[in-house]
Design a protein around this ligand. Sequence first.
Ligand SMILES: [Cu+2]
Length: 477
Amino acid sequence: MNSRRNFFKFAGIAGGALAASAVSKVALAALPEITTQTSPDTMPPLVPANGRPYNPVVTLNGWTLPWRMKNGVKEFHLVAEPVVREMAPGMKAHLWGYNGQSPGPTIEVVEGDRVRIFVTNRLPEHTSVHWHGQRLPNGMDGVSGLTQPAIQPGKTFVYEFVARRPGTFMYHPHADEMTQMAMGMMGSWITHPKNKHPLIADVDRDFVFLLNAYDVEPGASRPNIMTMTEFNLWSWNSRVFPGIDTLNVRKNDKVRIRVGNLTMTNHPIHLHGHEFTVTGTDGGAIPKTARWPEVTTDIGVGQMRQIEFIADEEGDWALHCHKSHHTMNAMGHSVPSMIGVDHKDVADKISRLIPAYMTMGDKGMADMGMMEMPLPENTLPMMTGEGPFGGVEMGGMFSVLKVRKDQKPGDYKDPGWYAHPKGTAAYEYQGDTAGLGEPVRPATATDHAGMHHHHAPASAEKEIEVQVVKPKGHEGH
Ligand SMILES: [Cu+2]
């Protein structure tokens, strides 16, 4: 549940002496109450208690910021501050964020709403908030130095504009961006359509999350902000598998997933078992004639993609970034590929010198998933996660879409693992493999029908003679 605290208690816990003394209590008395969130769990959708109604989104491992109505204006209070984020059970990172978490809370409004956002800075350096993708007066765009002075530590700024365009947006600092985004400062923004919109479908489940990346050395808890390309924790809303909550839906639900990318590289996001349509970007809804089916959509840096599909196939379907290094957690660098190398002899010699030494990956890296390697404190295994059939051997940007027909209406708790109907899961062949015949292998480029190739077998493997059979229709040509 949201942990609501008043400012004075809150400042004592998270604000520190600097913020508590620098922010005027008198001035803050008139501000909307500060709501903070300490749990990294996915909070239930925030059903609007005032203002225009809408179907709220679910922020994966996150929450939506409550607001107050003041003379017809929706008022929010964001607090930029240091936070401790559990990235997965067993690993906490010291990040910067908003209102107790990184990312900050999702802001949900309705097209046409006048919005006033108070931003209080409790960071040790100046900041600003840029409202990515919004139509707004230039002076509300949040680019420090260009459209406003930076918000100094201890100060509160006010942003006010009308949410003119419905869609999926984000917010993040536009001041010392390299540091502040690398430290986790970002959040999602949803503007729901005011009326039925021809290009924005009503959906049963509406998820949102941001792609972010950190460089936290194994054993450390603070990201290295100088990192430009070598990030080692690829996260969704500052969580990594197996810490990312599953996306639970009912069979035949219409599902929308909104994803924004605030890392420094692209992420091809891939869904198993279903085709989806990209229905919108941060530029707005896509005309129906311009949509096409996909199972992977690449999300570039600074982009948002909104995908939709009918979840009509029951099961536990993987949803992940298709860059295989983005579904791994932190590992030591400079590890050469050892696949096919018998390094046992070398390892034995090293082990005499360094007892904790272990060989890595001579049969592939799957060993890493099960390895009981002594890990430094506050570190996640590189490949981990237990499924119903064993190790999932994943990390980073990986979760599961759980589609169930027996999920009760309105109840979206994790249903556990999927029970495959008898005869619908891959199984081990129990017969005699000799009866399966020789596996067919392709001919080499120089082979053609009727000619044998003669080369010395490179190994003890049996040489296989390949006969190319020409299709009947080609005879006589
Ligand atoms: Cu990726």
